[in-house]
Structures are given as C-alpha cells and as structure tokens.
Design a protein around this ligand. Structure first.
Ligand code: NAP
Length: 240
C-alpha cells in the first residue's frame, strides 16, 4: 500500500485530499494542530494522525521522528498543504507597511520552512518510495491579490522558488517535486469579498477543494512520472 504524508489535513483542500487518496487505496498520514477528529470516517485515521504546530520549527523537527515510526521505511508522497493567511483585525489585507515581523515569521514557518524541513527530514523514506513532493503555492505568489497579504504572497513566491530548487536537488535521487497554485477555492481561508471576484474569473465560479485534490493526486500518481519542477495553476483561468 502506498503512503502519503499530508499537512493541513483537517479542513478545506487538505480534507478533500485525504478523501481522494483514501478512495484510491492510499494510506494517508495527516498532520495538523488539532487532535484527530473522531467524526472523520476513514479507517485508521487516529493512528495515522500527528499533532504538530508547523509554526514551531522545533515542534516540526520533533514530529519527524514520530512520523518515521509510523512509516515502514518508505514514503510515496509528501503534500505540503498547510497554510495561513493572516488579515488585519477588520479582515483586510496586511500589506508590507503594516505587517508585524512576528506575523511575517509565523507565516514563513508554516507556509515555507515546514516544507523543506519535512522533505529533508524524510528524504531517505522518499527516496525508498520513489516519492513525489507537492507544494501548495497560490496565485497570490505571482501578483498582488486583493485579500492575500504581503507575508502570505511572498511566502508562496518563495515556496514556488523552493519547488524549483528542490526538484533540482531531489531529482537525481528519484524524487519528483512540483507545486500547485490554486486561485479562489471554496474553503474557510477565503475572505468575504471573494464572491465579488467571480464575475472576472473566466470560468465564472469558485474552484472546489475536490478539484484541487484531483490535481494533487495526479502529481503523486503514475500518470505524471516525468513531471517535475513545474507549478500547475488551478484557477479557472484567473491567471490570464
Ligand atoms: N482556498 C483557496 O482559495 C486557496 C488559494 C490559494 C492557495 N491556497 C492554499 O491551499 C492550502 C490549503 O488552504 P485551505 O483553503 O484548505 O485552507 P484552510 O481551510 O484554512 O486549511 C488550512 C489547513 O492548514 C492547517 N494549519 C494551519 N496552521 C497550521 C500550523 N501552524 N500547523 C499545522 N497545520 C496548520 C490547518 O489545520 P489546523 O487548524 O487543524 O492546524 C488546516 O488544516 C494553503 O496552503 C493555502 O495557502 C488556498
């Protein structure tokens, strides 16, 4: 049975991704700050869950030992999906002039550093599994966005660059590294005004978490064995 480690599994895109991999017969090891929720119906969910705060580098490094114990030496996919997008108290975007450095640091730890810490920490397992790494970036990484703040946008731009660097370094080890960049996907991370953007999206609708999960799965499957170092846009044409 193939195994995937997925961060940010408790809600939104991550939750849909657990369901997709589960339905394809994969073992899904999940990570989030919360304990496993007993309402989640998939078998073995509790045993395959690790509670970790990816904003804390020491907590993330500690979690790696725990994760290794759960794997039988092999990991077939790592999906770095957890992400945060802090706003001002009244829900507005945080720009470069007003973002507190502590927030900037927290965003980078969750959205950026955790990806390289996990990938490096589980390198041997990924090599044995001829694994695939998927980093979840964002359309906000390549342009100013009306709601996503500067810390978020720069962390996602850095994650896109990290994808390029990691694909170069992990490629000779037989591990593929790609990114997916969602646009406006219907989850709790969206701001209130997002609905006003729909009229300008070529497909005239939000994306669903399942549509994103399908692309993540594609990048971890045998359908994409020569795809590495790329970033797939999932945004209904928003980038045009
Ligand atoms: N929705 C969109 O339109 C959109 C667009 C572009 C990119 N994205 C990206 O897609 C990814 C998933 O987004 P989403 O919309 O599904 O967001 P979401 O519904 O807010 O879910 C975020 C996930 O990240 C986890 N997380 C947050 N902080 C964490 C921490 N410190 N340690 C561990 N886990 C943490 C959360 O789990 P806990 O709270 O349980 O810890 C949750 O499972 C993110 O990287 C986001 O930036 C989303």
């Amino acid at each position: 049975m193939k195994s995937v480690l997925l961060t940010g599994a408790s809600r939104g895109i991550g939750h849909a991704t657990v369901k997709k991999f589960g339905s394809e017969g994969w073992r899904v090891i999940t990570c989030s700050r919360q304990k496993f929720d007993d309402r989640c119906p998939w078998p073995g969910g509790k045993d395959n869950h690790i509670q970790v705060d990816l904003a804390s580098p020491s907590n993330t490094i500690e979690a790696i030992e725990n994760l290794k114990k759960k794997l039988d030496g092999k990991l077939h996919a790592l999906v770095n999906n957890a992400g945060i997008s802090p706003k001002t108290v009244d829900g507005k975007r945080l720009n470069t002039l007003e973002t507190d450095l502590s927030i900037w640091g927290q965003v980078f730890h969750v959205n950026f550093f955790s990806s390289v810490v996990l990938a490096r920490g589980l390198k041997n397992e990924l090599v044995k599994g001829k694994g695939s790494i998927v980093n979840v970036t964002s359309i906000a990484g390549s342009r100013v966005h009306p709601f996503a703040g500067a810390a978020y946008a720069t962390s996602k731009a850095a994650l896109a660059a990290l994808t390029r660097e990691m694909s170069f370094d992990f490629g000779p080890l037989g591990v593929r590294v790609n990114a997916i960049a969602p646009g406006e996907v219907d989850t709790g991370i969206l701001s209130e005004g997002t609905k006003d953007m729909i009229k300008d999206l070529p497909l005239r609708r939000l994306g669903s978490p399942q549509e994103v999960a399908d692309t993540i799965f594609y990048l971890c499957s045998d359908q994409s064995t020569y795809v590495s170092g790329t970033e797939i846009e999932i945004n209904g044409g928003q980038h045009v």
